[in-house]
Design a protein around this ligand. Structure first.
Ligand SMILES: Cc1cc2nc3c(=O)[nH]c(=O)nc-3n(C[C@H](O)[C@H](O)[C@H](O)COP(=O)(O)OP(=O)(O)OC[C@H]3O[C@@H](n4cnc5c(N)ncnc54)[C@H](O)[C@@H]3O)c2cc1C
Length: 409
C-alpha cells in the first residue's frame, strides 16, 4: 500500500494562495485552502474592475528592476514564473491575453472573473477543497492550526502549511494584517506595513479644492530629488483629488515619495506642465504677441489651461510673473508640496510584512519548519503594471515547490 498523500493547508485564497494550491495539488498532495472571507480572491476580482493588469511585457532585465532591493531574494521565484509563463498559464486556463500600448498585459476582456472561475474549476478538478468563512487564528500551544468558523472553532494538524494571507490594504477585501501577532508570537519579525502605490495629500486652498477634484493632469512630467541626491523622473498623468493627488504617475513614484515624507515630513514633487516642449520652445511660445489677452487667456492659447493653470496659481499665488522666460521656468519646474501619504487601507498595495531575513530561499519561515509564506504578506513592493500579481503568483508557486521539497517529494 502506498503511504496516504500528505495533507497540506493553504491559508488565504488570494492569487498567492491559489497559485500555491495549484502547484501542491499537481504534485499529488491533498490540499485544503482556508479563507476567512465568504468568497475567494476578492482583491483579485477588484483588480479586474479597472482592467486586470496581470503582468508586464517589457524585457526581463527591466521587469526585474521594478522589485528594487527585494529582487535579491524574489529573483529565483520570478525567474521560475516570469511574465511569459504568466501569460501561458492564463492561456491554458482558456483566457486569451493582449499587450496594451504601455506594455502592460491584460486578459482579452480585461476582467478577472473569467480567469478566477476557470482557475477554481481547475483546482476543484485537482481535488483542492476550498473552505470559506474559516479564519485562521494562529497555533494552539500544541502547534495545531486554530480556526474560527460560523459553526464554531476547531484545531487541526497538517503535514505542511502555506500562509498567503495578504498585506494590510483594502481590509474589506480580506487582507487585514491581523496575522502579524500570530507570527510575532513565534518570534518571526515583520516590518511595519507602509502604503505603496498610494495617493498623497497636499494642503490645497479651498478655492482649488472646490474646483479641480477629479481633473486629470496630462501630459505631465514629475520629478523628485531624494536625500541621496538621486533624481527620479517619470512622465504620465495623475488626478487631482479633494485633498491631494493620485493616479498612475503618482503610484509609480510613491515609494520614494513616501520615504522622503517619512524622513523630512514633506516632499516637493517638481511638475513639468509642458513636457512636450523644451524650455526654449516654451519661452518662444510665451513670447508671442498676446495683444489684449489676459495672462490666463494667453496661457490657455499656449496649452496651459484648466487644472494646469489652476496648479500654477495654487503654487505661485495669483501674482504670476508675466515675463515669458520666468514663466516658462515656472511651468516646467512647479514644486508641488506633498505632505502625507493617504491612509494605508486606501493603498493599492503595501510594503512591510515578513522580512526576508526570516525566510529561507524556499520561502520557509526559518523559525517554523514546514511553514511557508508568499504573496503580499512578505516584505517587498513594486509599482503597478502587473508586477504585484506576477510576484504573488510567483512566490505562491515558489512556496509550494519549497513545501514539496521539504516533504521530500
Ligand atoms: C483596487 C486594486 C487594484 C489592483 N489592481 C492590480 C492590477 O491590476 N495588477 C496587479 O498586479 N495588482 C493589482 N492589485 C494588487 C493585487 O490585487 C494584490 O497584490 C494581490 O491580490 C495580493 O495577493 P495575495 O494573495 O498576497 O493577497 P490577497 O489577494 O489580499 O489575499 C489574501 C487572502 O487571505 C485571506 N485571509 C487574510 N487573513 C486570513 C486569516 N487569518 N484566515 C484566513 N484567511 C485570511 C483574505 O480573506 C484574502 O482572501 C490591485 C489591488 C487593489 C486594491
Amino acid at each position: 500500500m502506498p503511504p496516504p498523500p500528505k495533507r497540506v493547508a493553504v491559508i488565504g485564497a488570494g492569487p498567492a494562495g491559489l497559485a500555491a494550491a495549484e502547484v501542491l495539488a499537481e504534485a499529488g498532495l491533498h490540499v485544503r485552502v482556508f479563507d476567512a472571507g465568504s468568497a475567494p480572491a476578492r482583491k483579485y476580482l477588484r483588480a479586474g474592475v479597472g482592467g486586470l493588469n496581470i503582468t508586464h511585457s517589457e524585457p526581463l532585465q527591466d521587469f526585474f528592476i521594478r522589485y528594487g532591493n527585494a529582487l535579491t531574494w524574489l529573483r529565483p521565484h520570478l525567474e521560475a514564473f516570469p511574465p511569459g509563463q504568466v501569460r501561458d498559464w492564463l492561456h491554458r486556463l482558456g483566457i486569451p491575453t493582449f499587450v496594451g500600448s504601455s506594455g502592460r498585459v491584460f486578459p482579452q476582456d480585461l476582467r478577472a472573473a473569467p480567469s478566477l472561475r476557470a482557475w477554481l474549476k481547475k483546482l476543484g478538478g485537482l481535488g483542492v477543497s476550498l473552505h470559506l468563512r474559516h479564519r485562521w487564528l494562529g497555533w494552539s500551544p500544541e502547534g495545531a492550526c486554530r480556526f474560527a468558523t460560523p459553526d464554531g472553532d476547531f484545531e487541526e494538524n497538517f503535514d505542511g502549511l502555506i500562509l498567503a494571507t495578504g498585506g494590510a490594504t483594502w481590509k474589506r477585501l480580506g487582507a487585514d494584517g491581523a496575522w502579524v501577532p500570530f507570527l510575532n508570537g513565534k518570534g518571526v519579525a515583520c516590518a511595519p506595513f507602509r502604503p505603496s502605490n498610494c495617493g498623497f495629500e497636499c494642503d490645497w486652498t479651498p478655492i482649488f479644492a472646490g474646483k479641480f477634484p477629479g481633473s486629470p493632469v496630462k501630459p505631465v512630467k514629475a520629478a523628485l530629488l531624494t536625500r541621496n541626491d538621486a533624481a527620479i523622473e517619470r512622465q504620465g498623468e495623475f488626478i487631482v483629488t479633494e485633498n491631494g493627488v493620485e493616479g498612475s504617475l503618482i503610484y509609480a513614484l510613491s515609494a520614494p515619495l513616501r520615504d522622503e515624507i517619512e524622513a523630512a515630513g514633506f516632499v516637493d514633487l517638481y511638475l513639468d506642465l509642458a513636457p512636450d516642449r523644451n524650455l526654449t520652445q516654451l519661452t518662444y511660445d510665451l513670447s508671442l504677441p498676446r495683444g489684449k489677452d489676459s495672462l490666463s487667456n494667453h496661457l490657455r492659447k499656449r496649452g496651459i489651461d484648466g487644472v494646469k493653470a489652476g496648479l500654477l496659481r495654487e503654487v505661485h499665488g495669483a501674482k504670476l510673473s508675466e515675463d515669458p522666460a520666468k514663466l516658462a521656468v515656472i511651468i516646467k519646474n512647479l514644486p508641488l508640496r506633498l505632505r502625507r501619504c493617504r491612509p494605508l487601507d486606501e493603498a493599492i498595495s503595501c510594503a512591510g510584512g515578513i522580512t526576508a531575513a526570516e525566510l529561507t530561499p524556499d520561502l520557509m519561515l526559518k523559525k517554523l519548519p514546514g511553514v511557508f509564506a508568499c504573496g503580499e504578506m512578505l516584505d517587498w513592493e513594486a509599482p503597478t503594471g502587473g508586477y504585484l500579481l506576477t510576484a504573488c503568483l510567483a512566490t505562491g508557486r515558489g512556496a509550494a515547490r519549497g513545501l514539496i521539497r521539504h516533504l521530500g517529494r
